[in-house]
Design a protein around this ligand. Structure first.
Ligand SMILES: [Zn+2]
Length: 93
């Protein structure tokens, strides 16, 4: 089971068992868990920029967090250092 499937199953579970009944503490716990799970699904950074070194060769890739808009994240950052969103740089090759 990956994170996406876990989110779907949790959503179904709580819809079936708690639909219409007030469960404020549980709702909050689930919301926190879901939020953490969502951040484990890699998202592509925004405003991707390729950084070249002084001789014009590829140096690194830079971008902004797609969730909290944190700027100045680098390809070496697997997670956003502000909100913890997992980042997907793989499409850059
Ligand atoms: Zn972020």
């Amino acid at each position: 089971m990956d994170e996406k499937e876990a989110i779907e199953r949790l959503t179904d579970h709580f819809r079936i068992h708690y639909d219409g009944r007030p469960t404020p503490y549980l709702d909050k716990a689930v919301a926190i868990t879901m939020n953490a799970l969502h951040k484990q699904i890699p998202k592509k950074p925004k405003n991707i920029k390729t950084i070249l070194d002084f001789s014009g060769r590829y140096y690194t890739t830079k971008g902004d967090c797609p969730v909290c808009n944190r700027e100045g994240l680098y390809k070496s950052d697997f997670y956003c250092n502000k909100c913890g969103q997992k980042l997907d740089w793989d499409f850059m090759g």
